[in-house]
Design a protein around this ligand. Structure first.
Ligand SMILES: C[S@@+](CC[C@H](N)C(=O)[O-])C[C@H]1O[C@@H](n2cnc3c(N)ncnc32)[C@H](O)[C@@H]1O
Length: 332
């Protein structure tokens, strides 16, 4: 058996947005394409001079990033599986070639839950690895990845009748990822609420919800005793107009700088503890505003599995740092 670390990080791009990732990785040496993945010397995190132990994410347009990649040459299917099993339990296959051989290796690994997740659900603390085959005898794998979900994907048991839009899946995923979520004692603001998927999530969790939109919200939500709807431009509402809130959730379609300016006011006001905001790209991705969000201490910007041409900024009072391994050091 021949195992050796790979210098750099393996990025699994978001399907359809590969060019965004390549632009983010274009600063130094060109990334090497490996099947659908990119091996790059650009780390997904950088050190913040004010808090050098806290890695801060600086690459955003990926589905998953392999943080400790290694290559291993193996002689048999059993040996490949035992290399992986000998490191840890959870391994997600990300095959792009050698499918039959890969399936045989996967059969010898502990199974990952195949079922859709019920909500509420939070990612377990145990690390989620990823592996692929480069050829019939070579594994490329990483025991630590940026996403706690297999290959960065999370599928829920959907509610196909009650929520008025499928946008609710984004909010569920953001809560599952952050590990924090509102409860019955919390007051939430949902900006850009209509037709009401996010308001439905918050209200069914028992929170008091102030929903704001210029368009009407679903009638069934207006009828809920813990939902109040304001038909208004969210960005002309000042934090003081709303008062103290535990969660600000915003899914407004707007240019990212408009959202940033409004969020800055909320942060300055000290009136909100937790934020989940969609940064929606209008045409070209706005890398500059994305970075401005990402440097807000204690927060992260990520591409959720349920995001489309958008990213999600998450800032929670008990925000865990981005998922770098404990012994993380830049390996450039
Ligand atoms: C993607 S939809 C939100 C979907 C919603 N989160 C859900 O779960 O159903 C975006 C919403 O932003 C609203 N919107 C756009 N500009 C706005 C503004 N300045 N103030 C309030 N709402 C706005 C639109 O009317 C639209 O309903």
């Amino acid at each position: 058996m021949d195992v050796c670390p790979v210098k750099g990080w393996v990025y699994q791009p978001v399907s359809g947005f590969e060019s965004h990732l390549l632009r983010e990785l274009s600063g130094g040496e060109a990334p090497r394409q490996i099947g659908p993945f990119y091996l790059s010397k650009t780390p997904p995190f950088s050190r913040d001079s004010a808090a050098p132990l806290v890695p801060r994410n600086v690459v955003f347009w990926f589905q998953n990033c392999w943080l400790e990649p290694f290559r291993a040459v193996f002689a048999s299917i059993s040996e490949a599986a035992s290399i992986l099993r000998g490191i840890q339990r959870n391994w997600a296959a990300a095959l792009f070639t050698q499918y039959r051989r890969g399936a045989l290796i996967a059969q010898k690994l502990p199974p990952l839950p195949a079922k859709r997740r019920p909500f509420p659900w939070r990612a377990p603390d145990s690390p989620m690895g990823a592996w692929t085959l480069l050829d019939a005898r070579t594994l490329l794998a990483s025991p630590r990845c940026a996403s706690p979900f297999p290959n960065g994907t999370l599928e829920f048991e959907e509610d196909k009748t009650r929520p008025p839009s499928r946008a609710y899946l984004k909010l569920w995923e953001a809560f599952a990822l952050s590990g924090a979520m509102p409860g019955a004692q919390d007051r939430c603001l949902d900006a850009g609420a209509s037709p009401g998927g996010w308001t439905w999530v918050l209200a069914t969790m028992g929170a008091a919800v102030v929903a704001i939109d210029r368009a009407p919200i679903d009638n069934a939500l207006v009828a809920m005793p813990n939902v109040s709807f304001i038909k208004h431009d969210a960005f002309t509402m000042k934090p003081e107009d709303i008062g103290p809130i535990d969660w600000l959730c915003c899914d407004v379609i707007c240019y990212p700088p408009r959202l940033y300016d409004w969020i800055e006011k909320w942060l300055a006001s000290g009136l909100c503890k937790n934020f989940i905001c969609t940064i929606k790209m209008q045409g070209e991705p706005d890398f500059e505003t994305t970075r401005r969000f990402a440097v807000i201490p204690g927060s992260r910007v990520t591409h959720l599995h349920h995001n489309k041409h958008e990213l999600t900024w998450i800032y929670t009072a008990q925000q865990p740092p981005p998922p770098a391994p404990a012994n993380w050091t830049p390996n450039t």
